[in-house]
Design a protein around this ligand. Sequence first.
Ligand code: ATP
Length: 500
Amino acid sequence: MTEQLQLNKLASYIDALRPIIYVPTFDFHAFDAMIEQLRNESIDCRICEYNEGLGMVDFKTKKSSLSLTLDKFLRSYTLSQKRTKFLVLKDVHSSISNPVIISLLKSIALRNQYDPDYNVTIFIVSSVLTIPPELEKLITIFDPSLPSKDGIKDLIINFAKANKFNIDETFSEELTWSLKGFSEFEITQILNLAYQNSGTIEARDLGLIIEEKEQIIAKSGVLEILRLDDSIDDVGGLDRMKDWLRKKSKVLDRLNEAVKYGVDIPKGLMIVGMPGCGKSLTAKATAKLFGVPLIRLDVGKLLGKYVGESESNMRRAISIAEAISPCVLWVDEIEKAFSGIGQSGGSHEVTTRLFGFFLTWLQEKDNTVFVVATSNDISCLPPEFLRKGRFDEIFLVDFPNADERKSIFEIHLKKRGKWSTDIDVVQLLKKTEGFSGADIESIVKNTIENAFLSGEKSIGTEDLIQEIKDTKPISESLQEKIKDLRKSLERIDVKKASYE
Ligand code: ATP
C-alpha cells in the first residue's frame, strides 16, 4: 500500500467513527508524521498525547507537560468535548488490561459513537498488541504497512542528501529491493549503520543488510532459519514430486525471463501423507535445490494471548519472509496450527481469522516466497485450503514401494560409508514392505551401531535382516491412525509423489 493510501484508510476509519484505533508499531515517529499530515490535510483537531513513562506530553515538542496517571488523563476527556480530539496513547499496553482503564476507554468510545456533540478518537500506539476482550468490538487495528518500493527509494535518496554523499542509481535500485520488508525505522537504522562504517553507502554494505535480516528473523520468535544439510538426491524415491520441483527450480533460475514470457511465479506446494516418509526432508531439500534460505514458520507460536496479537504476529512473519525472499517458507504440521477452524469460541475464532489471512496471502502472493506446507492429517483442514489456486500442487507421499526402499537403503548406507554391492537388497526389500523411510533409516543406524560395538569391520545382509526383525514399522504401530489417514486422503484430489 502506498503512503497516501494508508493515510486515506486511516482517515476513513476516523470518518466512520471507529472509536479506538490500535496501531501496532515500534515506529512512533512515522505514525506521528502520519497523524500530523492527517490534521493538516483533512481533520481539524487537537492532538493530546499520553506516554506511559512521561505522562501527558506535548505532541510537538515531546516534552512531558504534566506527570499524571493514565486514568486521570482519560477521565479528563470523558466530559463534553466540543472540539474534535485525538487521544494518542503510547506504550500503554500493560495498563489497558486494568478494569478502571477498560471502563474509561469504553465510556469514551461509546460516547464518541452515540453523542453527536462529542468527538474523541483514541489511538493506542505500541509495538505490543494487547487487546482486552472487553474492548475487542470497539478496537480497529491499523497496521501501518511497511514502506512501498517508492517509499524506500525516497528514504535512501533523502538519507544520501542529508549526509551529502552520492549514491549510484543502479545500486540504489538494488538497495531498495534488499530493504523491502523493513519498517521505516529499521531502514533508517540500517542506513545509519552502513554510513557509520565508511561515510558512504556502497555495494559491500549489502552483507550488513543480510546480517540485519537474520537478526530480525531470530528476534521474531516465530520464524527460524534452518541449515541446509539435505539435497534433493538425499530423498529416496518420490520421483514425480522431485521432477516437479526441478522444473520449478529452473523457472526460478530464469524468473524475469519466465514472467515476461507469461509463466506464473511458483507459489509453493503442499505435501500430505504418511508419517516418516520424507515430507519434511523434501521441504528442506527444496531450499537447497533452489539455492535459497529455508525458514520455518511455527504457526503454534503465532497464537498470542490477546485478540489481534496472532494476526499481527502472522503479518510480521509474512513480511519478514517477503523481506528475505527469495526463500522457502516451510509450514510444518500445518493441520495442528489450523485445526478447529470454523468452530465457535475464542481460540477457534482466532485460528479461523489467522487461516483466512494466510489463505488470502497465499492466493494473492506474487513474490518469491515459495511455501512448502507439510501435513499428515488433513482431515481437520478445511477444504478451501486444498483447493486449486492456493498451492501449485498437492502431493501425496505414501509408504515407499520396493524401488524406493532400495534407494532409501542405499542413501542411508552410503551416507555412513557402509554401502556395498555384496548386500542382497532384494532380500531386504521383501522383508520391509510397509516400512517408512524413517523406519529404514533407523534400521541402518542401529545395524551400524551394533556392528561397531561388536567389532565388525563391515555390515552384511544378515545384520540388516536381524535389525528388520527387531523393528516394528510405523504402519504397524500406528495401524489405526494410518487407516484413518488413508480414509481422509481418499477424499481429496492429490497427485502421487511417486511414479506408479
Ligand atoms: P512426519 O509426518 O512424521 O513429520 P515426515 O514425512 O515429515 O514425517 P521426515 O521427517 O521427512 O518424515 O523423515 C524422517 C527421516 O526419515 C528423514 O530425516 C530421513 O532421514 C528419513 N527418510 C524418510 N523418508 C525418506 C526418503 N524418502 N528418503 C530418504 N530418507 C528418508
